[in-house]
Ligand binder design. Sequence first.
Ligand SMILES: [Zn+2]
Length: 575
Amino acid sequence: MATIRKHFVGSVLCTVCLWAAVAASAQTADQQQPKSNAAADKPAEKPKPRIRPNDAGSPIPTRAELLRGAYGPFRANNDLLYYHLDIRIDPERKFLSGKNTIRFRMLKDGTRIQLDLTDALAIDKILLGDTALKYDRDGAAVFVNFPHSLHAGQIYSIDFYYSGNPPETGRFGGFTFKRDPSGHVWINTACEESGASVWWPNKDQWRDEVESMDISVAIPSDLVDVSNGKFIGKTDLGDGYTRWDWRVHYPINNYDVSLNIGNYVHFSDQLGDLPLDFYVLPEDLGKAKTQFSQAKGMIEAYQHYFGPYPFAKDGYKLIQAPYSGMEHQSAVTYGNLFKNGYLDRDWTGVGISPRFDFIIIHESGHEWFGNSITALDRADMWIHEGWTTYLESLYVEYRWGTADAIKYLSGYRPKVINMRPIVAERGVNADPTQDQYFKCALMLNTLRSVVDNDTKWWTLLHSFYQRYKYQNIQTEDVVTYFNQNAGLNLTPIFNQYLRHPAIPRLELLFGEAPGMVMYKWAADEEDFAMPVRVGTLDHWQIIHPTTKWQSMQSPLSKDDFQVATDLYYIEVNKQ
Ligand SMILES: [Zn+2]
């Protein structure tokens, strides 16, 4: 697999991989040591992850990002219903051609809608029935003009024909023509960061999704295409090409739509009624049969916490790809060397990650958070990544218990940078800080401690997911739901973690009077208030600090007085 390894180093596709590549050199010695249960109430050693420019501040958006990011009038005037992406791919010429049929309902009368397609690809024609439509291109934005006004409430369908050589673009590659280690054609897409319009025409934003989709891919007959959804069938086109048809029965993100074309072999399994299908290169079949057996336990764990696998009609697929992995809906891609951990490393550095395959557990967790529940705007992407990172710890908890889950999460602390708020600017195709992964997982673990009732916490998680499955939401929806259903005002806590760079700091002042400890939170949110466990490992006591000084009696000395920093992601300052 040496060849494949090279791919990993050279091409970074999933956002997780992106972070991993950045963080690879940041595995510091303190990550290798398990944290004690009560962890340090001394200030933790400053983490030393490498920082992307983006983590330090948000860049000024370009015109292209505004066009991509804004939910402007020519997007807001229509509601997507259906796509049929029907394309032919010529591996020798690295050329693709075909059309996307786009069905939508107008929400307002209008003569213009906005679609998107990279300007590296040609628009051959756009038809409404037999009528060729005029269009204006502005970078990757395509404004389609109709000769007569379209009417609110009416459904329309247009055929968007295009062709060209899709360029590899961005860190994720977008659309790549590669060869597998045996020299066979290997074509893959992964375009979360760049956007799906780097290889096919669509309404390239997050807020609006089609309700269902068909994907038809014509390729040389010796190859296999695995895309999203249920395999419908393949048709020999008689010219050396075969068309593979896949049907997605659910709403789907544009960036989840994917092609995996190669010399794949297939094996399958079943979890109850749910079909599990696996596609790998023939030389890796043996290893895959062993490693992919983890998929069953993963789905069982997530079903335990959140309810049934969201895309039952489409089945669950795991597909080998030349990059570490991506959450493509019902067609998760995998390139983690058929080894546990993450790219053969202990991902959180505390000895737990080597027990499972990080890519199977993380990328598949996105089926619940990212694919089923989706953020409205990339600015709120923590709803995908923070939640899914937390799901990793739920998997650990399901398999090995609470203590190991807490320990696993503690390994994320040194990866947090705390330089920029998690929720980025909306409407500008923002690239959120990598803190959205680890800080948000630690925040959710903190909220569990604030709720302080695991039965209630598990019910909250389950009902939150059930309330918003198959929907597109934003941070405010999460906060409102938890406030209402936990019966607590968690807004200042969410705000502190999501909308300010700094985490709350517990200020402890000793010795004002004998046996007395004074305490308060230092936080950016004026009304920040959060209970926290203090005392000793065998005798915790919950105090309720606010941003105003309070005092408590304690026989403990400054050195003996501990704070349960493994249960709350906070800083502690003892003076
Ligand atoms: Zn992820």
